[in-house]
Design a binder for this molecule. Structure first.
Ligand SMILES: [Zn+2]
Length: 283
């Protein structure tokens, strides 16, 4: 990415960090510029210009993500469904003081795009919240359509699906990690057993997929973050706010302090030629 004079609100320190530089823990916690919100949706505020204005005023650099995938299966406004869509989107963001990303939808999103087009992005983020039920139907776990009859059976399938998302898609970041449908939220502590958490952490480490520290849902738990860090996983910050809270990374800041995260623990976009879509073999 090209750094222009308009990048100035993001200090050199922030840029160094974004480029993979190492900061001490206090520096990360005290320097809001050092934090990047890699989960900033344009629909949070309507236009890209308004979004970048919030980025400037909050002193938080944004990684902008637009939903991307099969248009027949995923009905998001502004969804990118082809190389042509992706190229138009990239052109809109070109030269702007933000990273260019997508939120990939469904396991089959790569079928809608060429590798060459995806490699022009700074990064790809995805999550496991659109969950394939036994009958093949897709259930949006954050909506009331998520009805869980057997929590244990669900957890086994959901853990496996998280691992599948990490292993089979050429993604940089797993967003909304360890999210649970509302009905199960209160049992999160017991449902996320050490063994289930380990499976996800190990898959992320082995595939070099970063885990998002999500301020909207205050996820994942410090317990999981510690375990993932020990496995060698890196972290990104995300607001996933569809409103003015975009760029608010309170939970991320808390976790930086609680875990003493340093620049070394944090995600930065892979350079050209080393993007997951370029280096990971399709499964
Ligand atoms: Zn999102």
């Amino acid at each position: 990415m090209v750094h222009r004079p308009t990048d100035r609100p993001f200090s050199r320190r922030g840029l160094l960090l974004a480029a993979g530089g190492v900061l001490t823990a206090p520096a990360v916690a005290q320097s809001p510029q050092a934090l990047v919100d890699y989960h900033a949706h344009i629909d949070a505020v309507g236009t890209l210009e308004a979004l970048l204005e919030i980025s400037r005023s909050k002193g938080v650099k944004f990684g902008v993500v637009e939903h991307a995938g099969n248009r027949e299966k995923h009905r998001y406004r502004g969804l990118l469904g082809s190389d042509q869509d992706l190229e138009g989107y990239i052109a809109r963001l070109e030269g702007k003081p933000c990273f260019k990303g997508i939120q990939a939808e469904g396991l089959d999103w790569m079928k809608s795009f060429s590798k060459r087009a995806v490699a022009r992005l700074d990064y790809v983020l995805s999550d496991a919240l659109t969950f394939p039920e036994k009958d093949g139907s897709l259930v949006r776990l954050w909506t009331p359509e998520a009805r869980i009859d057997d929590p244990r059976d669900f957890m086994e399938r959901y853990t496996a699906f998280n691992v599948q998302v990490i292993e089979s898609e050429p993604i940089d970041i797993l967003a909304n990690p360890l999210f649970l449908p509302e009905a199960l939220e209160k049992q999160a502590e017991s449902l996320w057993t050490q063994e289930r958490m380990q499976r996800i952490a190990r898959a992320a480490a082995a595939n070099r997929v970063a885990i998002e520290i999500n301020s909207r849902y205050r996820l994942p738990s410090p317990k999981f973050l510690k375990l993932a860090r020990a496995a060698g996983v890196r972290f990104s910050f995300g607001s996933n706010a569809h409103g003015p809270a975009v760029g608010s990374l309170d939970y991320g800041r808390e976790m930086v302090k609680e875990l003493g995260l340093t620049g070394r623990d944090l995600f930065s976009p892979a350079p050209a030629g080393r993007k997951p879509v370029q280096v990971r073999a399709p499964r």
